[in-house]
Design a protein around this ligand. Structure first.
Ligand code: 5AD
Ligand code: SF4
Length: 460
């Protein structure tokens, strides 16, 4: 059997940062002859890029590893070798444990070490016998410097990692332990990457970071730039039409960034600003470093700068010590703010975080009921928002094929999913769409021409 390239299977869990990291790993391994494949069967290399945020994350990884172990054996019986790697945040948190429990895993490496993949591969595939590798260093100093330039087009809407790690230490969260301290990439590196993305066809860039609005990158003369200034500079790039950023912390929402929402048209009117709870008592226990009213003030300022701003948040219900009164305050905050789309979770302890040792655990049934109540309210707000857009004409960036023939998927400025009757040739274009239908998680509509007439499906 001849094969001109090696097969690389990467499974990615979790956040957009992991998706970005997986793409960089693909870029790093490409010069060594690796091309991605859809399944672990017969792969030469398997990477599980894991996420530690969700409950039972480690067990889920082991359950996948069990299957991969069998596939590795089949490959071995056929005279081949499959390199099995666990990357990402579970690797960072549980590296040695994974190596002990799963002897068939060849390497475990954390999120800040994947630029060293070629060296790690050399060790595993070494001519003088293979070595198992654990690499969970937490320094970010040179990770971004050593990454290759992106191999191909990143798509019309793409993520660009500008910041990594977090120093906030919310008591429920593993990120400061798995991703390490806050680190911002140098400004020029980001701008260069953005320009290459735009040259490759990208029209919308989503600036990515665990705590992205804490961005403080250095420019070439050693001055520090905040996120607002970076966004204004990005807005000067010809061919780049839309800018977004995610995820932010209320404490890092400075005046300059708030003003940027009002002054930069390319910055889309949508912001994901997690609040987690509406109760000051719980916010304190969570070590969030802000109160509910502080959050309300920030939202008021943002809306003053950009009145049509659509808002999104993350919520945790049932944090240790949460009473009915605390829960009501969360519902009240949601009523006061009015969101367009949110994520909400039941609290679950993460080993190694302060929350895991707190007393006052909330019963699962109560958590489930509170989550249901919160989600009912959030869903109602989301549907109401989607319904409000019926009859409006919005600029929609068509970013992929739709589910049905003759349909494209796109995004409104407010991040709504939009199904549009349109020909695939319009991929990557921003078209004016008159919204005619609203569902819970998406809206749909038809393209309109400059004079306001709705275009027929065939003409689009
Ligand atoms: N339990 C429940 N939800 C959590 N999140 C983070 N850690 C936990 C946890 N231990 C949620 C937060 C965060 C989002 C990414 O995941 O709401 O903003
Ligand atoms: Fe985790 Fe976000 Fe808190 Fe940082 S700010 S510790 S990433 S929840």
């Amino acid at each position: 059997m001849t094969q001109d390239h090696k097969k690389l299977y990467i499974k990615t869990w979790g956040c957009q940062m992991n998706v970005y990291d997986s793409n960089r790993m693909i870029d790093i391994l490409a010069p060594f002859g690796y091309k991605t494949t859809e399944t672990a069967d017969d792969a030469d290399m398997v990477i599980l890029n894991t996420c530690h945020i969700r409950e039972k994350a480690t067990e889920k990884v082991f359950s996948d590893l069990g299957r991969i172990r069998a596939q590795k054996q089949i490959k071995k019986d056929a005279g081949g070798k499959m390199v099995v790697a666990v990357a990402g945040c579970v690797a960072q948190a549980e590296g040695e444990y994974i190596m002990d429990r799963a002897p068939y895993v060849d390497m475990v490496f954390g999120p800040q070490t994947y630029h060293e993949l070629p060296e790690m591969m050399a060790k595993v595939l070494g001519a003088y016998g293979s070595e198992r590798v654990v690499n969970t260093e937490l320094t970010t100093d040179d990770k971004f410097d050593k990454l290759p330039e992106e191999a191909e087009s990143q798509g019309v809407s793409a993520f660009l990692s500008v910041q990594e790690g977090c120093d906030k230490f919310c008591t429920f969260c593993v990120v400061p332990y798995t991703r390490g301290g806050e680190y911002s990439r140098p400004v020029q590196q980001i701008i260069d990457e953005a320009k290459r993305m735009v040259d490759g066809g990208t029209r919308e860039i989503n600036l990515l970071g665990q705590n992205v609005n804490a961005f403080h990158g250095l420019d070439t003369i050693g001055a520090t730039w905040g996120l607002g200034r970076l966004i204004r500079e990005m807005a000067e790039i010809d061919g780049l039409d839309r800018i977004r950023y995610t995820t932010s912390h209320p404490r890092d929402m400075d005046e300059d960034l708030i003003e940027t929402h009002g002054s930069v048209e390319k910055l889309m009117p949508f912001l994901h600003l997690p609040v987690q709870s509406g109760s000051d008592r719980i916010l304190k226990l969570m070590n969030r470093k802000h109160t509910a009213d502080h959050y309300r003030d920030i939202i008021a300022k943002l809306r003053k700068a950009r009145p049509d701003l659509a808002l999104s948040s993350d919520f945790i219900v049932g944090f240790p010590g949460e009473t009915e009164e605390d829960h009501q305050q969360t519902l009240k905050l949601v009523e006061d703010i009015g969101y367009t789309s949110c994520y909400s979770f039941k609290y679950s302890p993460r080993p190694g975080t302060p929350g895991a040792n707190m007393g006052g655990l909330v019963h699962e049934d109560i958590k489930s009921r509170r989550l249901q109540e919160l989600q009912a309210l959030l869903n109602k707000q989301q549907i109401e928002f989607n319904e409000q857009t019926i009859g409006k004409t919005l600029p929609i960036l068509l970013d992929r094929k739709g589910r049905h023939e003759g349909q494209m998927h796109g995004r409104s400025p407010f991040m709504q999913s939009v199904h549009v009757e349109a020909n695939e040739r319009l991929y990557g274009k921003i078209v004016d769409v008159k919204i005619d239908q609203a569902l819970a998680n998406s809206v749909s509509g038809q393209i309109v021409t400059a004079d306001g007439t709705v275009m027929k499906k065939t003409a689009a």
